[in-house]
Design a binder for this molecule. Sequence first.
Ligand code: NAI
Ligand code: MG
Length: 355
Amino acid sequence: MPNVLVLPGDGIGKEITPEAVKVLEAVLKGRSTSLNFEYGLIGGAAIDEVGKALPDATLAAAQAADAILLGAVGGPKWETLPAQERPELGGLLKIRKALSLYANIRPVKMSPMLVDASTLRPEVVKDVDLVVLRELTGGLYFGEKGRKTNPTSAYDILIYTEEEIRRIVELGFQMAVKRTGRLCSVDKANVLESSRLWREITVEIAKDYPGVDLTHMYVDNAAMQLVLRPNQFDVIVTENMFGDILTDLASMLGGSIGLVPSASLNGKKGLYEPSHGSAPDIAGKNIANPLATILSGALMLRYSFDLEEEAQMIEQAVEAVLAEGYRTPDLAKPGDKVLGTREMGNAIVEALVRN
Ligand code: NAI
Ligand code: MG
């Protein structure tokens, strides 16, 4: 039986992860695959218990697990610690790097129920359904950096090996095949040498995927096109920093950050987590929105366990519950039926049982 390591972390992480586990158990009930859930410490909770944001036992368990479900880390209690010891750098970034989770996936899909919550016009965002695939362990953020004197200067090197480009772009093509067959590779090949290599390799890989419609776009244009006509995109694959910026921009095309799940993959192994943080301002009140975490569970079924049907069942259950007018307070408008964190988890389970 595959093992899933659950790392609730801090703040609302402790409230939203149980809801995702509940939903995963419900969708797999009576089906061929079931999952074994184990629990571990990360972030502030780990600092308090064992003095370290990423305990050795957690890292070992993460290395042994088939997939990881994470809530969120951080909070005011640990803000004064040195950066490298804090929950974010010492816990989350460290585990991502230690597991070489090089592919970050953020799907952005506009729920028909939330079109009017967008800051963009409904006709622009109503059919948004895209995925941004960001390279997560190379590029500008991990290249050599430093400072010089005379004159005072600083530098960051954007470097990619052929292998690093190949593995992320391959994944982009594989994802495009499973979706609507369109892949947009975003680069800055008019200026950057690393982008020219990126493009050469992408064109070469494309020969293995004759069914995929490949386009190339400069990153500045891509930012504009995402706002102008987001529906033209299916899968976007891009470099680390370009992806960092474009994923934040793209996540707003889906109406609410509270609904955006994420996956960080190395092959089938993945870490799944909501795109938001630990929300200390609302922690412990049973009002946090668990949907981004529940949808991250759907991504786990899709990418780590090839359970596409079950993944879609969760996504459809979320749609169904929103369609019935149920909302957690962060999304509620007058007339909506307001549910707490646990009650929203229960509603998704009930929708699964019904359908
Ligand atoms: P945040 O995402 O935790 O909260 C921003 C705002 O959104 C808050 O008003 C919060 O109440 C609300 N919010 C977030 N998630 C929500 C949910 N599921 N339901 C309802 N409302 C929600 O970001 P913030 O406040 O900048 O950071 C808080 C802590 O979280 C910090 O320690 C930060 O470093 C950490 N953080 C951790 C991340 C992670 O673990 N992946 C990512 C981002 C921040
Ligand atoms: Mg970012």
